[in-house]
Design a protein around this ligand. Structure first.
Ligand code: AHR
Length: 332
């Protein structure tokens, strides 16, 4: 009769058998110099650099939290860099991650252009770069692994379509643009213009950057109200600028949401609160909860698994008619 072997003996035998098999097959058993991808399946043990734009809006803070929480959940060591809205800081951060030999880089690029040299350096170092939220303009798309983002053109178009219905196709619009050169600023402008094109009485009477910040939105609106007293609509490329614009409108003695229609993009909690208070009319959702998708992509890139070049995150439109019902469900 055969007695079962104790666990330690079984483990030893299995280990010896595997090592022997590996040697016979002509390959080395796993060791400290085994490539990261082989040792770190499932993300655990990976070191990932995250080059973030900054903290200009509540949307951005929610995106940072989503990536940090997901890294923690998966046992990934996250190296975080806040570029304070400056591309040169972001390029330095990416170079720093390359020098440290991280396993992968997650990049939310401040602007669209000027990325080729540093992305080429990452590629040469065999470090995959996963783009989140904003895209880049590069000739060679193999310079990044994938992009996970919303369709910003569609968001601008959805805001315009909602507005055309609301105003009956007649409006004097102040547009608050995002950061110059940033993908959401370029695309949300384009989408909005496309959306109002068939309505000749929808007119953009002024368009300026508020840099995606609440202060920027307030200051630009204050200045523009002095020269455009006949404004009937504020279209802001994000909720934070819209909230700043609401303050400026109130200080100028106007009733935002009634005298002046305010429409924006992001769908942050503050926007829902402003809609419930009757001060914001509509927001188009743009999800910042990209952590899980970003790390799925990192893991696929490390495992050499094929993936789509772009994953589009779906968005929805909310206005005052659904705001109160939706507010308790908002996660950011
Ligand atoms: O890239 C996404 C945009 O950037 C968000 O709409 C905005 O709030 C952020 O700062």
């Amino acid at each position: 009769m055969k007695l079962p072997l104790p666990i330690s003996v079984r483990t030893f035998c299995l280990g010896t058998t595997l090592a022997l098999a590996a040697i016979l097959a002509g390959c080395k058993p796993p060791s400290a110099d085994t490539p990261a991808s082989a040792d770190k399946a499932g993300g655990k043990g990976l070191t990932v650099g995250f080059a973030q734009v900054g903290a200009e809006s509540s949307w951005r803070t929610a995106e940072t939290k989503s990536i940090q929480d997901e890294a923690e959940k998966r046992g990934v060591t996250l190296k975080f860099s806040d570029a304070q809205g400056k591309q040169e800081n972001q390029i330095k951060a990416v170079r720093g991650f390359i020098a440290q030999g991280v396993d992968a880089i997650i990049l939310a690029p401040v602007v669209e252009t000027g990325w080729e040299p540093v992305l080429r350096e990452a590629k040469q170092a065999k470090i995959p770069v996963v783009l989140v939220d904003r895209g880049v303009k590069v000739e060679d798309e193999s310079l990044f692994a994938t992009l996970i983002a919303s369709d910003f053109v569609a968001e601008g178009r959805m805001a315009a379509e909602w507005l055309v219905k609301k105003t009956g196709g007649k409006a004097q619009i102040i547009e608050l643009q995002g950061t110059p050169g940033a993908a959401p600023a370029i695309d949300r402008k384009r989408g909005f213009e496309e959306g109002i094109k068939a309505s000749p009485e929808m007119k953009i009477i002024a368009s300026q950057s508020g840099d995606f910040t609440r202060t920027g939105g307030k200051q630009v609106t204050e200045a523009l109200l002095k020269v455009h007293a006949g404004v009937t609509v504020v279209y802001a490329h994000n909720d934070d600028m819209a909230i700043g614009a609401i303050q400026a409108l109130e200080e100028a003695g106007k009733k935002p949401g009634t005298d002046v229609i305010v429409v924006s993009i992001d769908g942050v909690k503050g926007a829902f609160e402003a809609m419930v208070a009757g001060k914001l009319n509509c927001t188009v959702e743009c999800s910042p909860l990209l952590g899980a998708l970003a790390f799925d992509a990192v893991e696929k890139a490390k495992a050499g698994t094929a993936m789509e070049k772009k994953t589009v995150v779906p968005d929805r439109v909310f206005d005052q008619s659904t705001a109160a019902q939706e507010l308790p469900n908002r996660k950011y």
